[in-house]
Each structure stands twice: as structure tokens, then as C-alpha cells.
Design a protein around this ligand. Structure first.
Ligand SMILES: Cc1ncc(COP(=O)(O)O)c(C=O)c1O
Length: 375
């Protein structure tokens, strides 16, 4: 089977199907994970300034110095981390792909918490590696230490982590992160930690795993300007951490895209340098939207599992979620995604549906009204 055939059946097909359904039926699309408003105006101004100011040629391979410096500073000031190196990428997605291709040999095993973001499975497959899922089960989606240990085989090379997690909205707590860190140290695993929702935490706190003992030297931390700052279309991401891990990622990135988005890299530096109060205001706005959609789901008789982070909420619809989602646009004009597409073990979340709440309040209000028709 070719690599393309291996990844063709992954969850993305349902996104295409659902987006087409949304277009055809005029349904409100709560399937797609991007905001319907722009991020801060000052950051857009920084992009315009860079475009007009002649920042329109290739960036250096590691990224423009202003953004690299902003990432170093961000890691230091928010988390007390002091990464050895930083690489700017085309979104977190390119960092994930480059890291897996640069750090895994064919036949290696990658331990990954499932449900997982769909690019993980594709990139593990492109690297010729095998995924070993650790299943998080509703309603709590807690990490079971037994399941974690059982997933770590003799060929395990890397653990791919995502907290705050898409699609569950889980923010892993310190005890869970300590168990993961202990397993990484014991089995000498590299940890690739996808933290793109780092500033979208409504309950509890985001703890970068690189801050735990023994982890800074074995962790590559990934983030981007897409989610936390509402610029998903810019595709400006970065990774930071131990020099050898960043170097391996950079060696692959060089031959994927080399560099890109120069003016937007300058603007992303402005985003990372926003005052904390502005970052918190973006988060608080999304918290209000979370609460609004959760009330709507509750009122419609769909039981929301209130998320601590990200901009996704899962609801237990009590019936087969794939059939439910296929019928939902015609039943009430809403598009959503069955959570099982993010699992290898599709039975683990057979009745869960993922809804995105990164939409304007009036859109969420209209969605809630439509959902109420299901009662
Ligand atoms: C967990 C996770 N990682 C990475 C990404 C992609 O990030 P970017 O747009 O910066 O490539 C997403 C987007 O949905 C995501 O949910």
C-alpha cells in the first residue's frame, strides 16, 4: 500500500463530507475548528506593516530573528523555560510532520494519546513508524497509567502528547503529566508536545511537560499563532527545546518548505509580545462561548462534557454519533463531527459528537436555537 493509500481513510474524509454537507444545506458549521472572527487588530497591523516594509522575501531557515527571539522570551516569561533552540514552521502542522520524519526510523513506535489530532496518524505513517495509542475514555478522558505502560513496547522511540487536547478539551493535570514524564525518562523516549491551545485554558492550568524534571532535554514543544491568537489561516508555528531535537526537525523542514510567511512571522512576534491581559481577554471571550454552547447543548438534551481547554466540546448524544452527524444538517441545520473519527478504537466514543464553539455569540445562539428543535 502506498503512503497516500495508507492515510486516505483517516478522519479527514469526514471533515470533507461534513463541510460539503454544510455548504449544500446552509447549515451552521460547528465541525471546523477555526474562529469566525480575526485575532487582535494590533497584530494585523504588524502584518500590514511588515508587508509594506519590504519583508517579502524568504525568511532564514530557522525563522525571522524577531519571531525566534519572541518565542524564547515567551517560553521564559510564561513558563520559566530556557529552550536551547527555536525553529519557525508553517503552522504547528509542519513542526509535527518534520519532527516525526526527522526523529523516527521506519519500524519505530510512537506512543500517542487517543483521540488524537488527525495529522498525527498520517505523519507517523509517512515516517514508516507505528502508532501505539493510549486510549482516553469519556466522560473524564483521564490518562490511565496502566494503559500508558502497556503502550510502551521495545521499539518505542517517541511519545506524542497534546494538552490542552483536541478533540476532548482535556487539560492534563500535574499527576498525569508526571506519570507521562516518568515513563519517558524510564524508557528514554523523546517527547513531542503539541501545545497549540496553550492559552485557551478555562479551568486549571497549562503545564508544559518540558518544565517537569528530566524532560527539558528530551522534549520538543510545539505551538502556533493559529488557535491561541485566532489566526489559523496564517499557518505560523514554531517548535522549541533541546538543540538536537530542533536540529532534526529543521533538517526535514529545510526540504519540505524551507521557509515561508515572512511578513506573518513578524506579526506573530507581535502576537507573542501582547500583554498578558490581552491574551487572557481572548481566553475569557472563548470561555463565555464555551458556556453559551454548553447551555445550548444541555437545553437540547445533548449532554455536554464541559471542556477545561481548547475550543471544542463533546456531547453524548446517546446514539451512534456517525449516523447522528450525517443526519444533523437535515434535522436542524447544524454540522458537527463524530468524535470516534479521532480514535483507532472507534467504540471508545461511539456516541460522542464534537462541536466547535469558536464562533460569534449570535452564531452560537442561533445554533442553540436550532439544536433545541431536537427535543
Ligand atoms: C492539536 C492540534 N495541533 C495542531 C493543529 C494545527 O495547527 P496549525 O494550524 O498551527 O498547523 C491543530 C488544528 O486543528 C490541532 O488541533
Amino acid at each position: 500500500m502506498s503512503p497516500a493509500e495508507r492515510v486516505a481513510g483517516l478522519g479527514t474524509t469526514i471533515f470533507t463530507e461534513m463541510s460539503a454537507l454544510a455548504l449544500r444545506t446552509g447549515a451552521i458549521n460547528l465541525g471546523q475548528g477555526f474562529p469566525d472572527t480575526d485575532g487582535p487588530a494590533s497584530v494585523i497591523e504588524a502584518a500590514v506593516e511588515a508587508l509594506r516594509g519590504g519583508e517579502n522575501q524568504y525568511a532564514p531557515l530557522p525563522g525571522v530573528p524577531a519571531l525566534r527571539e519572541a518565542v524564547f522570551e515567551h517560553q521564559r516569561s510564561w513558563y520559566g523555560l530556557d529552550p536551547e533552540d527555536v525553529l519557525i514552521t508553517f503552522g504547528a502542522t509542519e513542526a509535527i510532520a518534520s519532527a516525526l520524519l526527522g526523529l523516527c526510523d521506519p519500524g519505530d513506535e510512537v506512543v500517542v494519546l487517543e483521540p488524537y489530532y488527525d495529522s498525527y496518524a498520517a505523519c507517523i505513517s509517512f515516517a514508516g513508524a507505528t502508532r501505539r495509542p493510549v486510549t482516553l475514555r469519556p466522560p473524564g478522558f483521564a490518562v490511565s497509567e496502566d494503559a500508558l505502560r502497556a503502550a510502551i513496547g521495545a521499539r518505542a522511540r517517541l511519545l506524542l502528547l497534546n494538552s490542552p487536547q483536541n478533540p476532548t478539551g482535556r487539560v492534563l493535570n500535574r499527576a498525569e503529566l508526571e506519570a507521562i514524564a516518568a515513563a519517558c525518562v524510564e524508557h528514554d523516549l523523546i517527547c513531542v508536545s503539541d501545545e497549540v491551545y496553550e492559552h485557551l485554558v478555562y479551568d486549571g492550568e497549562h503545564i508544559p511537560i518540558a518544565t517537569l524534571p528530566g524532560m527539558a532535554e528530551r522534549t520538543l514543544t510545539i505551538s502556533s499563532v493559529g488557535k491561541s491568537f485566532s489566526f489559523t489561516g496564517w499557518k505560523i508555528g514554531w517548535c522549541s527545546g533541546a538543540a538536537d531535537l530542533v536540529a532534526a526537525t529543521r533538517a526535514v523542514k529545510q526540504y519540505l518548505t524551507f521557509a515561508g510567511g515572512t511578513p506573518l512571522q513578524h506579526a506573530a512576534a507581535a502576537a507573542l509580545r501582547l500583554p498578558r491581559t490581552e491574551v487572557e481577554a481572548l481566553r475569557d471571550d472563548l470561555r463565555a462561548k464555551r458556556d453559551q454552547l454548553c447551555s445550548g447543548l444541555d437545553a437540547a438534551g445533548l449532554r455536554p462534557l464541559v471542556p477545561a481547554g481548547t475550543y471544542f466540546v463533546n456531547a453524548d448524544v446517546g446514539v451512534d454519533a456517525v449516523a447522528f452527524c450525517r443526519a444533523l444538517p437535515a434535522r436542524c441545520g447544524i454540522v458537527a463531527i463524530p468524535t470516534s473519527v479521532f480514535y483507532d478504537d472507534r467504540e471508545a466514543a461511539a456516541t460522542l459528537v464534537r462541536f466547535a464553539f469558536c464562533k460569534r455569540p449570535e452564531v452560537i445562539a442561533e445554533a442553540a436555537e436550532r439544536l433545541a428543535a431536537l427535543r
